[in-house]
Write a protein that binds this ligand. Structure first.
Ligand code: MV4
Length: 511
C-alpha cells in the first residue's frame, strides 16, 4: 500500500480523500492556491504546498508544478478527485513518466472515452445501445447529408464535448449553417478540438448512470445506478441511488451492459457509464466518465462500498474482494448539492465569508462539507461548498429525512440554494419520481411567487400520484400532509410489490 498520496484538488472532495487516507494510515499531501491558504483541505492534510495564485490554470491545473510538489514531498501516488485534472490524459501520462501512480484509468482509456465518437464506436461494438448518430463531419454539407439519414431534430455535438459545452439542438436544415459555425468555434476555443458529429435528438430524456469498479486483473463489478436528471444548465443539483422508476429486471440489465462496456475498453478503476432514458425506458449509452463523480456518496451509502478506498486499493494493485452477487442495494439515498449561489437572483454565485454554519445531524445523515464557520468561499472555483447525503429504508422515508435535514441546515453570511432544494423536495413531480432533464426548466418559475410552490396545487399532486400503486399512494398522501412531523409512519410495502413504480422497495416492517 502507498505510504503517501498527493491530493490534486480542493474543497469537499479533497477532504473526502484525505479522510479515507487517514483511515488507511496513508499520509496526505495537499496542494493549495493563494486563495485557499485557510481552506479546510489544507488543515486536514499532513503536509500542504502552495502551488500558485488563485486562478486554477496557475494552480490546480498547473501540471508541472503539481508534479514537482509530488516528487519533492515523496508522494507515491496522486488522487485527482473530480474536475480539474481528473480527466486529463496528459496529466495521467506525465504522472506515469515521473514514476508516480495516477489513481485512475490509463491515459489511453481516458483519451478514448474523451473522444465521444470513439467512445460511441467502442461501446456499440461491445453491444451497447447508442443513440443513432454519425461519424466525424468536416463541413456543413456533410452535416446536411448526415441529417438526411438521422432526421430532424438532431444534436450537433463536439467530439471532445461532455458536460454542457459544444452542443446544439438543430430543428431544421435552415439552422445547420449557424449551428455548425457556433458549435465549431465553441469546441475549438473550449477543447482545442473543433471536430463535430451529430446524433438523433431525444426529447427531455432522463439521465441515469451506472457506477462500475474494475481491478487490474479483469474483474469488473457494477454498483447499480444513479438518477441525475435534476439539473440546471448542465449543473447537477440532486442525485439518487438507486434510480426511481427502474424495475429489477431493467436494473440488472443496465448494470450488466455497463460491465460489458467497461470490459470492452479494458477499464481499470472507478468509472461511470452515463445513459439517456427515453419515455419508454429505452436506454442509450451517452458517455463514460473516467473519474470519481461528485455524486459517488449516494452509491456508497446504498451499496456499502467506500469508492475512494476502492480506487486506492485498485491503484496499489489490489484485486476486488467482491463478486457481483455480493453487491446489492439497501434502501435509498439522495444527495443535495449545496451551492454558494442565490436562487432568487438567477443562481448567481455568492462568494464571501461564512458567518455561521450549523450542519444537520442525526440518523441517516452524511455531510461532505468543504467549508467551516469563518471560512471564505473564493470566487475562483466551483460554487459547490458541500453535499448533504441522506439515507432511508425507501425513497419516501429518504425524502422526508432530507426535508428534515434541510430544515436543520443553517448557513449565514452567504446565500445558498437550500431553499431551492426545499422546493424540489416538496414538488409533486419529484415526489412521484415523474421527472426528466427538463424538470427545472419546466417547473421553476420565480422564488417568492405563489406559483413557486406548485405543491400547493393539490390537483397536480393528485394526478402525479394517481399513477402509483396503492401503498405508494398512501405514502405520498402522508407526504402531502406533511407527515414528517408525525411519528406513526409505517412502510407497509411488501418486497417486490413496488416494481416499476418510482420507488425502490426497501425492507418492510413487520406489522
Ligand atoms: C443529448 C440530449 C438529447 N439527445 N443527446 C447534454 C450534456 C451532454 N453531455 C449530453 N447532453 C445531452 N445530449 C441527444 N442525442 C440531451 C442532453 C441533455 C442532457 C443530458 C444529460 C443530463 C442533462 C441534460 C440536459 C439537457 C440536455
Amino acid at each position: 500500500m502507498f505510504k503517501r498520496i498527493l491530493i490534486a484538488n480542493r474543497g469537499e472532495i479533497a477532504v473526502r480523500i484525505i479522510r479515507v487516507c487517514r483511515e488507511l494510515d496513508i499520509e496526505t499531501v495537499a496542494i493549495y492556491s493563494e486563495a485557499d491558504r485557510h481552506s479546510l483541505h489544507v488543515k486536514y492534510a499532513d503536509y500542504a504546498y502552495l502551488v500558485g495564485p488563485a486562478p486554477s490554470v496557475q494552480s490546480y491545473l498547473a501540471i508541472d508544478g503539481i508534479l514537482e510538489v509530488a516528487k519533492k514531498s515523496g508522494a507515491e501516488a496522486i488522487h485527482p478527485g473530480y474536475g480539474f485534472l481528473a480527466e486529463s490524459s496528459e496529466f495521467a501520462r506525465k504522472c506515469q513518466e515521473n514514476g508516480i501512480v495516477f489513481i485512475g484509468p490509463s491515459p489511453k482509456v481516458i483519451d478514448q472515452m474523451g473522444d465521444k465518437v470513439k467512445a460511441r464506436a467502442l461501446m456499440k461494438e461491445a453491444g451497447m445501445p447508442v443513440v443513432p448518430g454519425s461519424s466525424i463531419l468536416d463541413s456543413e454539407e456533410e452535416v446536411a447529408k448526415a441529417a438526411q439519414t438521422i432526421g430532424y431534430p438532431f444534436m450537433l455535438k463536439a467530439v471532445a464535448g461532455g458536460g454542457g459545452k459544444g452542443l446544439r439542438l438543430v430543428r431544421s436544415s435552415r439552422q445547420i449553417l449557424s449551428s455548425y459555425r457556433a458549435v465549431r468555434s465553441e469546441a475549438a476555443s473550449s477543447f482545442g478540438d473543433s471536430r463535430l458529429y451529430i446524433e438523433k435528438y431525444l426529447d427531455r430524456p432522463r439521465h441515469v448512470e451506472v457506477q462500475i469498479l474494475a481491478d487490474k486483473y479483469g474483474r469488473v463489478v457494477h454498483l447499480y445506478d444513479r438518477e441525475c436528471s435534476i439539473q440546471r444548465r448542465h449543473q447537477k443539483i440532486i442525485e439518487e441511488c438507486p434510480a426511481p422508476g427502474l424495475d429489477h429486471r431493467m436494473r440488472r440489465h443496465i448494470g450488466r451492459i455497463a460491465i460489458q462496456g467497461a470490459r470492452a475498453v479494458g477499464y481499470v478503476g472507478a468509472g461511470t457509464l452515463e445513459f439517456l432514458l427515453d419515455r419508454d425506458n429505452n436506454f442509450y449509452f451517452l458517455e463514460m466518465n473516467t473519474r470519481l463523480q461528485v455524486e459517488h456518496g449516494v452509491t456508497e451509502r446504498v451499496i456499502g462500498i467506500d469508492l475512494v478506498k476502492a480506487q486506492i486499493e485498485i491503484a496499489a494493485g489490489g484485486s476486488l474482494p467482491w463478486r457481483q452477487r455480493h453487491i446489492s442495494p439497501t434502501g435509498h439515498a439522495i444527495e443535495c448539492r449545496i451551492y454558494a449561489e442565490d436562487p432568487e437572483n438567477d443562481f448567481m454565485p455568492c462568494p464571501g465569508r461564512i458567518e455561521g454554519l450549523r450542519l444537520p445531524e442525526g440518523v441517516g445523515v452524511r455531510n461532505d462539507c468543504g467549508v467551516y464557520e469563518g471560512a471564505e468561499v473564493p470566487i475562483h472555483y466551483d460554487p459547490m461548498i458541500a453535499k448533504l447525503i441522506v439515507w432511508g429504508e425507501n425513497r419516501v422515508e429518504t425524502i422526508l429525512r432530507m426535508r428534515r435535514a434541510l430544515r436543520e441546515y443553517q448557513v449565514r453570511g452567504i446565500k445558498t440554494n437550500i431553499p431551492f432544494h426545499q422546493w424540489i423536495l416538496r414538488h409533486p413531480r419529484f415526489m412521484a419520481g415523474d421527472f426528466n432533464t427538463g424538470f427545472i426548466d419546466e417547473e421553476y418559475r420565480r422564488i417568492g411567487d405563489e406559483e413557486y410552490y406548485p405543491h400547493k396545487d393539490i390537483a397536480l399532486a393528485t394526478a402525479a400520484i394517481a399513477a402509483l400503486h396503492h401503498e405508494q399512494q398512501r405514502a405520498l398522501r402522508l407526504l402531502e400532509q406533511g407527515a414528517a412531523e408525525k411519528s406513526q409512519w409505517r412502510d407497509r410495502g411488501r418486497r417486490g410489490s413496488l416494481r416499476a413504480v418510482p420507488s425502490y422497495p426497501g425492507r418492510s416492517w413487520k406489522r
